[in-house]
Design a protein around this ligand. Structure first.
Ligand SMILES: Nc1ncnc2c1ncn2[C@@H]1O[C@H](COP(=O)(O)OP(=O)(O)OP(=O)(O)O)[C@@H](O)[C@H]1O
Ligand SMILES: [Mg+2]
Length: 376
């Protein structure tokens, strides 16, 4: 699989762009605030059906314009695919109510069914918070990987989110005394069933990702450190338990937390509270790892993600490296670039080309990004 063309129309600071891409490495360079990250964001949007940067879709539309459009051409053995996303600003600007419409080869798709057509691994400065930052980041890491592997998983996450919102609304209504607790069991049951499916899948994938991450980490640290990934489910022990047994545990955990849940108007157990623990030599890295150790562990995790996606799907994902070169030291940089040969297609942004080795640049297509325009 490779991304052969990107075109943008009123997306972020791009008025109009049509950019054919190389099968190998594309380097995007240019000063700050010229549109490098915006371009990477557009590709991630086409792959994930949402921006990795913002939840506010309206931000993606060029200032003062009614609509934005992103079109990506993906070449695969079975033929070419056109992925198209149109974002419309609905109503008055202050309402900020936008709609996204997705098409594959001219046929409408839901967001969920769009994911997986183009697979990406994004590595950017936000990822450097993966260890110390909030658990939300680690859940997003899992969601991004898992939804690109299996559409069922994307559907389960969407369903879960809807059920969770409804159950939370009910918990608040019970607290306010406007609803009776009688219907709570129904929602707990529905939530537990979908939640369990998500958890079982997370457990399975983390177990498969673990040896890859450990192997990369061993290599990056010359065998000095052992990295372990541990899935930490909330409200259930997953292990090898079948989904029904996990659902039963979730139902029981909700029943135990009933008073707390009603008091807070919130569901306090389930996949929305899961975490992914990273251990270095059996110690929790969130608590003990140095800056350098964190960076190496995160790099190992990202390399594992890249290789796992390729292995599990039989297709190389597109690697998007936004601004990370400047964040990594020489040896980590070299290790990361070594993963690109013979490698996946990659788009790399760098404000400063000196952050990339000359030998590497010789083999890359280099583009300048300047005020929403791209030129050779
Ligand atoms: N909706 C929008 N309409 C117009 N311009 C926008 C919109 N959203 C963001 N911008 C502008 O896009 C510009 C470029 O943003 P981008 O993040 O791509 O820069 P960059 O080239 O990655 O810079 P840096 O090297 O600092 O990371 C910013 O100046 C920002 O104000
Ligand atoms: Mg940037």
């Amino acid at each position: 699989m490779f991304l052969s063309n990107i075109s943008l129309y009123d997306f972020r600071n791009y008025r109009e762009l049509n950019l054919p891409l190389e099968r190998s490495v594309t380097v995007l360079t240019g000063g700050n605030a010229q549109g490098k990250t915006n371009l990477v964001e557009a590709v991630a949007l086409a792959a994930l059906a949402r921006s990795p940067r913002t939840q506010q879709t309206a931000e993606l539309i060029r200032f003062g314009q009614p609509q934005a459009r992103v079109t990506c051409l993906v070449q695969r053995e079975s033929g070419m695919e056109e992925l198209d996303i149109r974002i419309s600003a609905g109503g008055r600007p202050e309402q900020a109510r936008t709609s996204k419409r997705f098409q594959v080869n001219g046929r409408a798709r839901s967001a969920t069914d769009m994911v997986g057509e183009l697979r990406v691994v994004l590595f950017w400065p936000d990822d450097l918070q993966l260890i110390k930052g909030p658990s939300e980041l680690r859940r997003r890491f899992l969601n991004t990987l898992l939804t690109q592997l299996e559409r069922e998983h994307a559907r389960a996450l969407t369903d879960y989110q809807h059920l969770l919102e409804q159950r939370n609304a009910l918990l608040k209504a019970i607290r306010e005394g406007t609803q009776s607790p009688a219907s709570l069991d129904y929602w707990s049951d529905a939530l537990a069933r979908v939640g369990a499916a998500i958890m079982v899948e997370r457990q399975r994938r983390v177990l498969e990702l673990q040896p890859l991450a450990a192997a990369f980490h061993r290599e990056l640290t010359d065998d000095r450190e052992h990295l372990e990934l541990l899935y930490r489910p909330s409200g259930a022990r997953v292990g090898e338990a079948p989904p029904d047994a996990v659902a039963e545990q979730l139902r029981a955990a909700m029943a135990r937390s009933r008073e707390e849940e009603i008091g807070r108007g919130q569901t306090v157990v389930g996949p929305q509270r899961d975490d992914l623990e990273m251990r270095l030599d059996s110690r929790e890295s969130r608590l003990y790892a140095s800056q350098g150790q964190q960076r190496t562990a995160i790099l190992s995790l990202k390399l594992a993600e890249l290789h796992y996606l390729a292995e599990a799907t039989g297709e190389q994902p597109v690697l998007l490296l936004d601004d990370v070169m400047s964040e990594l030291d020489q040896s980590r940089r070299e290790r990361l670039l070594a993963a690109l040969e013979p490698g996946p297609q990659a788009m790399i942004t760098a404000a400063d080309l000196h952050d990339l080795p000359g030998s590497f640049l010789e083999q890359a297509a280099i583009f300048q990004v300047e005020a929403g325009r791209v030129h050779a």
